[in-house]
Design a protein around this ligand. Sequence first.
Ligand code: PLP
Length: 418
Amino acid sequence: NTSLHELDPEIAAAVDAELNRQQSTLEMIASENFAPLAVMEAQGSVLTNKYAEGYPGRRYYGGCEHVDVAEQIAIDRVKELFGAEYANVQPHSGASANQAALFALAQPGDTILGLDLAHGGHLTHGMRLNFSGKQFDVVAYHVDAETGLVDMAELERLAKEHRPKVIIAGWSAYPRELDFAEFRRIADEVEAYLWVDMAHFAGLVAAGLHANPVPFADVVTSTTHKTLGGPRGGIILARNKDFAKKLNSAVFPGFQGGPLEHVIAAKAVSFKVAASEDFKERQRRTVDGARILAERLTAADAREAGVNVLSGGTDVHLILVDLRESELDGQQAEDRLHEVGITVNRNAVPNDPRPPMVTSGLRIGTPALATRGFTAEDFAEVADVIAEALKPSYDAEALKARVKALAGKHPLYPGLNK
Ligand code: PLP
């Protein structure tokens, strides 16, 4: 019964320092969010002690009657939330969900067609060093250099030429909605399966602010910790039960052993939250915040400083800043924002002239600040701080004070400070 602080002061100190970092800085990494206390409570519960290989009602261990309840609630809630007939809530992460989805739809050696990593795709969509790139024959589609939009004509041409087994729609760094009906049409034309990875925009879908891919895709995967705002983890959904057996068996026993029932319970809590009116309102502020950022960073003074916004704006929770005409590279810009208290990540822009560790862009997202309670007015202030910080000369002390004022206005996890 010894507390963490008593048992392991070194780890407790790291946790406390991380809490302080989250509270005192502005988190704008597009894939991050702040889970509610109730989600963290479920995640820190005794469910972590339970082995439950198998699925609710069909386990390989005794004593699963209570975790069965929690897992079934998670399944039912997420099916309802996204209008899916099938759900698997066991994947430990987004990458695990994607691995299971891919192996349920295709065999090693089959051709897959996904968005190039350097154009906004994810590692699991066919990157050379990832399982997807090592075990499948990968063809990549791209965004158009002029418009910054996915080049659907190229996608169709590549699909007809290579006849992939699976077409992957989804992204980690792309600021616009995809046309799922068009993806479906192209997939049908070449008899490919369509897999949509909605990890980034699932929260917007749940709130009805983004098209739902479930009716269009054969399989949909997601993380639960990005815009969806839950615990770190993955899910797999499908509009019908056609792939249910294959998907379930790919997750367990295919790639995983015992499910993380404490995380699954936390996922269930987050699905309940995601069905609420408060959540919708939060997602609206998220999208509005990203639009406000895009508007500020396309204003004349930002453009004079060599700052551009890819595709000219956003439909979602993030923007991609193009620094190819700026004095700053991606690394320098990330460091500048870090210096004033704003956390973002550098990001390659399509056809980036700089190496991946440096890049010529930034990815900036609004989900975490929206969860913190930021309004349009607050986002306008953050956007102005960012625009000022990216100019050739900037007043770091003044910008730090403005960041501190914003963080102070919206306290995060106030009850957690010891
Ligand atoms: N899919 C997409 C589109 C992502 O952006 C990410 C994470 O960045 C993942 C999957 C992987 O999720 P995880 O980091 O939980 O493995």
